[in-house]
Design a protein around this ligand. Structure first.
Ligand code: ADP
Ligand code: ZN
Ligand code: ZN
Length: 751
């Protein structure tokens, strides 16, 4: 009988994670031992028994077999926090494909030797009246950040410092200026107990609306059963979803359990955080990308010790090691940022379901434009769907005009602004109201379309747009189909067939030509390179230092600008024709969000959507703010083309220094996958359950001299795709190629 060896990571809380030690598996443990299990092993010179985790099993001894020690035993199966995290890592490894070490690194914070962090508080030392007079002054001077902070200080005597600075839009500089003015002082304490268990529960004074209390009651009573479910809250921004989260979490916390709230970082605003803080005081903590690894570690320790009940943060907050999670809330669940771009490419929504299962917790998903995945499952009864239809925050939905750019061209307007948009912009400038111009470059992949008739060059096999490559070829990034770029439109013969190339800078220039003296701000990847610039642009615009804000998708999320009464979408087609199957969904979401930016305040708003395809269902339904209408059509497309959520899709990505070797490996792997057969079907007529598409060059074919190839496997069952991945991993272990291979299940971002 051959020996069996296990790679064991020893005592995660004390060692660096990147090192595994090999042990022999004694006969008594064979068959019982699995990857992810906790074991005791002899460690170090003294062979002290310590706990460790099995990350891999194999028959090859990597060291001297005579000096390889035996595993002592499988550790007693406690239900500690760590066991759950290990189980979660094992699940991630299995479902998304990565090494166990990568998976462990994803779910566990790296041990940092930090000294216990101090908690700083900002304390008011002036009287409330004096603060109010300062407040009036900064209001006159339009210092919004300062004004916000003072408003808070007027209401309460102390605020945790981390709430003020980290991500909350108030700079350390502003705090210092208030210190100098003798208004506040920063107090440092080893451990800070919330001094004001907030008497300012103004939220609480307003009773829940009828719809809200019905939903809260239904969810609570359902969560009271032994198997809590998944609840999808479909409601536009301002319809009262956050208030529902707060009520549910409060009840869960009352029962002695904890809550995780995921919010995309870009949407994590000061106002939202403050509402949580007002309700839960210092029992709530924030996780965000500005925290150092040491601070993150400290957060996790506090969670383990039971010092906090609620954590708010982006994707990674899901791995907060709470002992007994009662609820996981995912706000804006449709956001692409919930999918990890690095291996393991887990989706926080799906992973949250697994965390919830481990803890017996409920999951609440919220969105104004639910992902097709979530809505599809709700339609099938897997999730319970709740709707909120009224906007509670005031303001009404804007009037939307869809402009056909083909018609503009025909009638002699070759500018990037349609006549309707020009007219409304002039009107706003006259009235001194603000506008936003939105250029949707998201997922932009160099598609080719006709400016006369709107025809888009598409792949005949995959029904996604073809992308232009340097050599004048048009390529499909799913199947690799290619054709030369046509000189004239195959539909109407017009010579105006080309890619759309305007950038935000060009738009800004054209705007100045058209309206001399217009004050503009620009927000895109270039103008937001530094950490603060994003906030600076937002506050400058909120301060009315500009008439028009021009930007990419960054500007349509999160922040509210009550003075904005006009939103112009310059080319809805940019995201509509991205070369992937989610183009329609993404466009609908972005257009809905963009349009919703207008008229949040007292003044009614208008929006203009410019497009070459005014009849496309994503445009039509976004203009009408009609989610169901959009869903009905989109799901038909997914069904017809067998795209998720109806079917599942695995992207296998190959990264190669050498182009030829990359193609060869891609071909070889794809061939292996084509030949995978499934045990349970062997006897029966083996119906081809898998469809392999490609390989093809990735949408960005080369980055930093690394060539990228990809092929896709479609299958109705996720589990079969896992088997495909396992088979591919097995072959890779044998072939040992120099190239890197990554797996992406149900990809969200174009690869
Ligand atoms: P969403 O999360 O859907 O955007 P919120 O919960 O933030 O919605 O509510 C939007 C606005 O309406 C907030 O200003 C909130 O304070 C207010 N609001 C929420 N629930 C109520 C209520 N029951 N009565 C009055 N105002 C409410
Ligand atoms: Zn044409
Ligand atoms: Zn294709």
């Amino acid at each position: 009988m051959r020996e069996l060896y296990a790679d064991v990571i020893v005592d995660i809380s004390h060692e660096k994670l990147d090192k595994a030690f090999q042990y022999r598996v004694p006969e008594s443990l064979r068959g019982a031992l699995e990857t992810g299990m906790c074991v005791t092993v002899p460690f170090g010179g003294g062979n002290k028994p310590v706990k460790g985790y099995v990350v891999d099993l194999g028959e090859v001894c990597k060291f001297d077999p005579d000096r390889t020690k035996d595993i002592l035993d499988i550790a007693a199966n406690g239900v500690g926090v760590e066991d759950k995290m290990i189980a979660l890592a094992a699940w991630i490894r299995k479902n998304y494909g990565s090494t166990m070490i990568q998976a462990l690194k994803t779910v566990l914070p790296a041990k940092q030797s930090v000294k216990r962090l101090e908690h700083r508080t900002l304390q008011r030392i002036m009287s409330r009246e004096e603060i109010l007079s300062l407040l009036g002054e900064s209001r006159r001077k339009k210092q919004v950040a300062k004004e916000r902070l003072l408003q808070e200080l007027a209401d309460q005597e102390a605020i945790p410092y981390e709430w003020v600075t980290a991500k909350l839009g108030v700079s350390a500089q502003t705090v210092r200026s208030l210190e100098r003015a003798g208004a506040v002082r920063v107090v440092t304490r080893e451990s800070f107990r919330n001094p004001v268990k907030l008497e300012y529960g103004e939220e609480r004074e307003k009773s829940l609306s009828e719809a809200q209390s019905r939903i809260v009651e239904s969810i609570l009573s359902d969560m009271g059963n032994d198997r809590p479910g998944v609840y999808l809250l479909h409601g536009i921004t301002g319809s009262g979803k956050t208030r529902i989260y707060l009520e549910l979490i409060e009840e869960v916390v009352r029962q002695g359990r904890q809550a995780i709230v995921l919010i995309p970082e870009i949407a994590l605003t000061y106002q939202t955080l403050l509402r949580f803080y007002r309700r839960f005081g210092d029992r709530v903590s924030v996780m965000n990308s500005t925290l150092s690894p040491g601070e993150k570690y400290d957060q996790c320790e506090r969670a383990k010790r039971g010092e906090i009940d609620v954590i708010i943060g982006p994707r990674s907050a899901l791995f907060t090691p709470f002992p007994n999670i009662g609820i996981i809330v995912i706000d804006e669940e449709h956001e692409g940022s919930y999918k990890s771009e690095a291996s393991p490419k887990y989706h926080a929504r799906e992973t949250a379901l697994e965390v919830a299962k481990l803890h017996g917790a409920g999951v609440v998903l919220g969105s104004a434009t639910p992902s097709l995945e979530a809505y599809y499952r709700a339609q099938r009864g897997e999730y319970r769907l709740f709707r909120l239809t009224q906007r509670l925050s005031g303001g009404c939905l804007p009037t939307v005009y869809t402009v056909d750019l083909r018609k503009e061209l025909k009638e002699g307007n070759r500018s990037i602004f349609s006549r309707k948009l020009q007219e409304l912009l002039a009107d706003r400038l006259n009235k001194g109201e603000q506008s936003i111009l939105f250029l949707n470059r998201r997922g932009y992949a160099g598609f080719i379309s006709c400016r006369a008739c709107g025809h888009v060059m598409k792949c005949p096999h995959c029904d996604v747009s073809l992308s232009e490559h340097r050599n004048g070829m048009l390529l499909c990034h799913y199947c690799g189909y290619g054709e030369p770029k046509p000189a004239v439109c195959p539909e109407c013969g017009s010579k105006y067939i080309s890619g759309f190339r305007a950038g935000t800078q060009q738009i800004e220039e054209k705007l100045h030509e058209m309206f001399p003296g217009v004050r503009t701000l620009r927000m895109d990847g270039d103008t937001t390179k530094t950490k603060d610039s994003y906030q600076q642009i937002l506050s400058a615009f909120a301060n009315e230092e500009a008439d028009v804000l021009i930007g990419t998708q960054m500007i349509v999320k999160g922040h509210d600008f009550p003075k904005v009464t006009l939103v112009g979408v310059l080319a809805a087609d940019l995201s509509l024709s991205a070369g992937d199957y989610r183009a329609g969904e993404r466009t609908f979401q972005l257009l809905t969000q963009a349009v919703g930016r207008a008229g949040r305040g007292e003044l009614p708003g208008e929006a203009v959507i410019q497009t070459y395809r005014p009849d496309h269902y994503a445009v039509v339904h976004a203009a009408a703010q009609d989610y169901e209408g959009f869903y009905e059509e989109e799901i038909l497309y997914r069904e017809m083309m067998e795209y998720p959520p109806v079917s599942h899709m695995l992207a296998v990505q190959i990264f190669a220094r050498d182009e030829t070797r990359g193609i060869q490996l891609a071909d070889r792997l794809a061939e292996t996958v084509r030949n995978v057969s499934f045990a349970e079907e062997a006897g029966a007529e083996q119906e081809k359950a898998l469809r392999v598409i490609g390989p093809a060059p990735a949408s960005i074919g080369k980055i930093n001299d690394i060539f990228r190839f990809v092929f896709y496997v479609k299958c109705a069952e996720y589990d079969k795709l896992i088997q495909v991945k396992d088979r591919a991993e097995e072959m890779l272990r044998q072939w040992k190629p120099q190239e890197t291979v990554q797996f992406d299940f149900d990809p969200v971002n174009t690869v």
